[in-house]
Design a protein around this ligand. Sequence first.
Ligand code: BTN
Length: 260
Amino acid sequence: MNSENLKKIILETGFVSCFYHLEEIDSTNTFIGGKDIPADTFVIADFQAKGKGRFDRTWLSEKSSNLTFSIKKKFDLSPAENNLVLFYFSYHLYNSIKLFLQKHFPDVNTNELHIKWPNDILFGWKKLSGILIEIKPISGIYIIGIGINCNQIDFPDELNAVSLAQITKSEINKTALLKTIINELSANIHDLEEKKVDLLFDSWRNSTKMIHMNCSFIDSSGNLNNGKIIDLNRNGSISIKTEQSVLNFISGEIRITSLH
Ligand code: BTN
């Protein structure tokens, strides 16, 4: 990717005012979290030596094949409104990938694209993209780290991952995809700033496919349990009906076990 072209594309949206393109870094989230990096910064790396995933996992991404970037923003939100950031970024990332596929690969069935609670983007039931949101308490600073599998072809089986190149059977123009994403995020940010709760929640919830599905999950005692997903809620939580009761989780990992 050409740094100057990328910088122009990112900065001309006005969504951020500071841009870094790094060849290699431990993690773009860690880098952008530095005290000297102001809000409204965008950082992209060709390679992350220690990419971070949710729950202290590692985000593995082949050098130069994929998109790995972070955005630092300041929002005036209470802790109870943090879920709006999750709704906003996961829905608009999902929608940008959908728009990109529809424009460049009209034969791809974009109904296969959906959000898996809370903020993974899947194609079919394989992971295409992950988001790691880190919140700096009190300051109103949010770090949104995004990884998208673009041109990688081989993944370890246990990751259950897929890339856009595998879906489209074509090489992906990462700059064009990034342009679609940043334009989409920039064009709709007023919805988050104006706290349009219903719109943000409905867009996110309507982009998921999990409701009514059977799943397994780790319960609060650390045991593997089974249940049926009955809803996704306004506070970002998931409700699962087990044989005994209905449980609500605000964070965690759910495995879909069957479609009914
Ligand atoms: C997940 O699904 O577990 C979240 C993955 C988030 C990965 C991205 S890649 C860019 C940014 N920098 C990181 O270290 N992690 C996020």
